[in-house]
Design a protein around this ligand. Sequence first.
Ligand code: AMP
Ligand code: ZN
Length: 475
Amino acid sequence: MMRLYNTLSRREEDFAPLRDNTVRMYTCGLTVYNRGHIGNFRTFVCLDVLRRALKYQCGYAVRQVMNFTDVDDRTIAGAQKAGLPLREYTDQFIEAFREDARTLGLEQAEESPRATDEANLRAMTDVITALERNGHTYRSDGSIYFKISTFEGYGKLAKLDHAGIQPGARIDSDSYAKDDARDFVLWKATRPDEPTWDYGQGPGRPGWHLECSAMALRLLGEPPIDLHAGGVDLIFPHHENEIAQSEGATRQLFSRFWVHVEHLLIDEEKMSKSLGNVFTVPDLVTQGFRPSALRYLCISTHYRKQLKFSWASLQQAEEAVQRLVDFLARLESIRAAAAHPDTQARVVKAREEFGATLEQDLNTAGALGIVFDLVRALNTAIDGGDVGLPDVAVIRSAFEDIDRVLGVLALRRSEDEAAAIPAGEVERLIGERKAARSRRDFAEADRIRQDLADRGIVLEDSAAGTRWKVVGKAQ
Ligand code: AMP
Ligand code: ZN
């Protein structure tokens, strides 16, 4: 049984879906005013592993919605600055997100709605209508606000101190601080140069918080949904306001579990576009790193702990992935036919411990520790001649199973397959280098080795011949 820390209760709880063995899950997606940075992707990678753990470890079906926030203060400001229509401006960052998500091995959510799709804008109108009916709104200068004093549970997620809330004060911007809790805007009156829609509540555009409530209610069915997730910065005001809107409109609990991923930091600060300290996935690739190393780095620390990014930590992640790859490659050299029950039992036990550790609030760091302990034990077993071909089959199947959740090794394999140099070309160059060495033309042999290294291929000579591996350009 999966245990998850629920921000709503501030406790770890047993998690299971409410209905039909299907987890209905909403993940706040990217605000597409820019290419997502690796801080955003830390959250998305951790939530991808949560999704995979619920599917492959716990055996549930998952129906996940991950939206694109394609209208809000930041996207509108960006489009204005670029002199582009909003939709055209955001298209490019949605495309970039899809590319980065693929590159990082994220499974695709069942639904990835855009807030400005008509069905979603209509759903927002429906939420506003229900909120008006239930007495949670008022209008002012053509805008519609949510009156927080009318919603008894306001503040239950962020644990707000109600003494600090100023009745009647309102706020129009999408983001504001916890000590500035105000009536927030649901629908902003039309302004010159801003996109505008009218589905019956007057011309204007949605506030950010309304978008997610409407898309979750439209696409995930009868509330409560099972799980709602995002980074910790979304707890207030975004998720607090989502709860107020959704529960104010439906009079039902909105989400049973709230899961929040801690930030990725750089130089002790949150990585964020507004601080200007961001790197993107292509930035890392340009530096010679592989997306699978970033994926590994993202899950090497528990999701509820801050993750300090540095190039050294990324290099360490690369080395860790390489250790796993080397271990699996080593299995190929095994020829002995005998089976070793002790070895197989060790593998089965590790697989179980891996699962049990993951189920402790998605403890990926602990689960990786179990994998590396196993690799060490098996390397020793191979040295001692205690691994035969039947054991190799058991080991491979355990690693495949484990990697269905982690998604690191499969990603690495697809990177290798897409490597700039086809395997045949590498083999041909290795042959040429061998010929050069046998005619004692060491300069030519070195040139070929260097040429391959420049293209991210490292050669390893041994008595058995030359092996090669793809390591990326940095090394
Ligand atoms: P945004 O595009 O700002 O709406 O953010 C998209 C997702 O990335 C949200 O779940 C944020 O909480 C998350 N996020 C933003 N910055 C970071 C960061 N430095 N580390 C981890 N997650 C982040
Ligand atoms: Zn959201």
